[in-house]
Ligand binder design. Structure first.
Ligand SMILES: [Zn+2]
Length: 92
């Protein structure tokens, strides 16, 4: 049975091997960090780019960090669903 841990105080799942690269920084199509041409942070517009997972999954181009985090949460839920399906198929 797959045990899913969640980040303290949230319902966001933690799945081993599936971390959001650079905490949601924008990536290009090869998974490289897109460094904005000017300083980013508070008061600066978000940089569009792909979200990346350490398993190699890449999202579509998303407008900001919050949407890349949301993508990664969905990605992890899919990974969990796939693991459970696999376990059921094997009768674990
Ligand atoms: Zn992943």
């Amino acid at each position: 049975m797959t045990v899913v841990y969640t980040r303290a105080g949230t319902s966001r799942p933690i799945v081993k091997g599936h971390g959001l690269k650079y905490d949601g920084a924008p990536l290009d199509e090869a998974g490289r960090w897109i460094h904005p041409t000017r300083k980013h942070g508070k008061g600066h517009p978000p940089t569009p780019g792909r979200g990346g997972c350490y398993c190699g999954a890449l999202s579509e181009v998303l407008p900001d960090r919050a949407s890349r985090r949301a993508w990664h949460d969905q990605h992890k839920l899919q990974v969990i669903a796939d693991m459970r399906e696999d376990e059921e198929a094997r009768g674990v």
